[in-house]
Design a protein around this ligand. Sequence first.
Ligand code: 4AD
Length: 462
Amino acid sequence: MSIKNILQKDSIQKSITVKGWVRTIRNQKGLSFCNVNDGSCPQGIQVIFDKKFNEGTDWEIVKDIYTGTCIEVSGDLIESPAKGQKYELVAETLKMIGYCDPEEYPLSKGRIPLETLRRYQHLRVRTKTFGSVFRIRSRLSGAMHRFYQDKGFLHIDPNVITVNECEGGAGVFTVMENDVTDIQQAPRDETGKYDWKTDHFGRRAFLTVSSQLHLEALCCGIGNVYTTNKSFRSEHSTTNKHLSEFVHLEVEMAFNTFNDLMDHSEEFIKYLAKDVLEHCKDDLESLNKFVSKGIIKRVEGMMSEFKRVKYSKCIELLREKGKYKELKYGDDLWAEHENWLTEYFDDRPVFVTHWPIEIKSFYMKQLDGGECESFDLLMPYGVGELIGGSQREESYEKIMKMMEDKEIDPEPLTFYTDLRKYGSCPHGGFGLGFDRLVMLFTGIKNIRDVIAFPISYGSCKY
Ligand code: 4AD
């Protein structure tokens, strides 16, 4: 039984066994107090090696226990006379499962800053903070699937190796089989360029930056769909919000309206907030105490109504009230503008809607006057853009013209433009950075600290 299950019974218990890693051990007048955690809850369990135990044969083992040691302890769970916890386990037997040398173990020295822990991604999960972050992450993932499955959306993960680049501006990773370490030996075509015909797919292929286009094809035949594929972007960015590989929740809905998309996104975030508040109370409280002060209030704040503001209005506000005088209509918004906007609207999430198509993607539904039915959902507390979504352009003529204007090669997108030729229908969707969502619900400031083994520009260590 996990420590969480033992403590959840909320009663004294005879002869229980726990297995886990020692967080702390303290020796005092023949007694030893040891906190053991198996990763099931933030607090772990307090184990007492009392005087009687310490006179027995297993005492020799206690002397070899340090932070990080893996042990198995059995005994009775009693009400704790001390303040720190309701119950404690009085040890009767002890087994050393895995010794941990205190001189070498990198986490043996109490509280370590998150940045330092990034060097020990294989071990940091044993700390209180990372335990909470990963349990909340897992809960969010389950809640996300429940939300979509209950609504009857189909979960389908299309191919991540693809020939299209979807988001023009996002850098792509090329996929190749040939080893071109010795560049002189690389196969070349008649023009002297690398000969893609000799490679695995007989042509150049990429890791997907977004599964949207494939989802659209699925949606225009089987209705509402979603994916939890990873997306890959070779952006040369070292911000606290960008990774080379991230979990991308993408949703595509058929026969919807632009407002439906925003209603749906808002409902989804509120659903997750409620779920996490209900099911991750201990973890939120633990984070609230130490690394993310105020996180509970922030998650509760997700229940208030989201703002919906047109892009043109946002530019006006930023210029007039935010004193960003250099900003003009047609400019993209940077992180500082996003933060200013959410602060201006009392830390509420803000949908920035109706962007100029000139700075947005070719597939967005065009409106008269050069704007398109698109939105970015901005989140407060420095998280910034969490979702990008739009209605999709359903007219074949309009989308072909836009691709021409934006100089997009139509050949790899024939399947996509076909959708507009054969029974086109109104549809739309969005992409949500799941890792940024975890930042939002844990209060963790750097995306590298909400992911098991983050991969970012200049950093692929595991
Ligand atoms: O705004 P983006 O680029 O939109 C798309 O890719 C659309 N094709 C999605 C769709 O409509 N199906 O990305 C969507 C979200 C962003 O709002 C952000 O949260 C996240 O993906 N994201 C990243 N997260 C981590 N690291 C990166 N490098 C990210 N790039 C985007």
